[in-house]
Design a protein around this ligand. Sequence first.
Ligand code: F6R
Length: 366
Amino acid sequence: EKGGYDHFMLKEIFEQPKSIGDCLRGRLQAKEGKLVLGGIFDYVTKMVNAERILIIACGTSWHAGLVAEYIFEEFCRIPVEVEYASEFRYRNPIVNEKDVVIAISQSGETADTLAAIELAKSKGATIIGVCNVVGSSIARATHAGSYTHAGPEIGVASTKAFTAQISVLTMMALMIAEKKGSLSESKYRALLFELESVPDKVAKALLLNDQLEEIAKVFKDARNFLYLGRGFNFPVALEGALKLKEISYIHAEGYPAAEMKHGPIALIDEEMPVVVIATKDSSYEKIVSNVQEVKARKGKVIAVVSEGDTEIPKMADYVIEVPHISDALMPLIAVIPLQLLSYHIAVMRGCNVDQPRNLAKSVTVE
Ligand code: F6R
């Protein structure tokens, strides 16, 4: 059942080239320049004309929502707000029939997300679901949606569902952008081909497994971890930190790298591992300075960089090279080594990786 892997989590991490492929299959037609998301067909015009999009989710799904915020705003030029379902539902939110709400949930059973959907629906909003479990309560409560098709996720820590959620949300955003004309035809086409290359690049990133196991040996006894990223990679920092705390019980925080100087920099000393997602993109030069700030305070830098980078490797203690891809798609690649790092650390600490203490796969209570 675990397909030869020691844990479901590792199996699911390694399944990602396939689960992302399954998610894209039949929907992404790069050569034809087409994206077909049948489940939202009747709602595309509504989404194209939306004055704003609200994204509602919890946990890892909320992180996928944050990535989507950057992608929708960049390509569709529609303002996006990403909300924790639990906060949204209890604060008399401003929402009306002009709003499009995207609800993201792996299980489709998360109580807070379901209640937030019912609330937004009662105020007339259009609800689009992004769920993994077919026929789940959230899938049934939405007006329309696209399944992630990642297959059953057994490990409590979400991995392949996260990358499938981002894949679906990226397809939605590109489809809307193309219809809206907010993205040039050439950029749209180039992104479709890049999206098509994601499963192969994820497979390449998985070859880093042994290297991450070695890094895990060095840091398995750390008491704290900091994760930093900027732009599209900021939510990846949050997700990397969540994965580590969930399954290894090491305290970890994710931050936008530039926020470090507003507080968390005080934590940095020679004992502090700092994972920096520093791939080549528009904020690369900025993140180089952030790495220098960490090194000046003797923090231990574990950097995720684009293949062939020469600058960061001069400063970082450990360098993890991932295949290069456009900014907007990098979260799908950059998260892979972070999933593997948390997995190996948790195993080395003797933790129950697939069923961490105090956590349940579906949070059906508020
Ligand atoms: C993270 C994790 C949780 C879930 C959250 C939402 O690894 O498992 O944070 O992401 O409980 O669950 P869904 O997506 O089922 O609504």
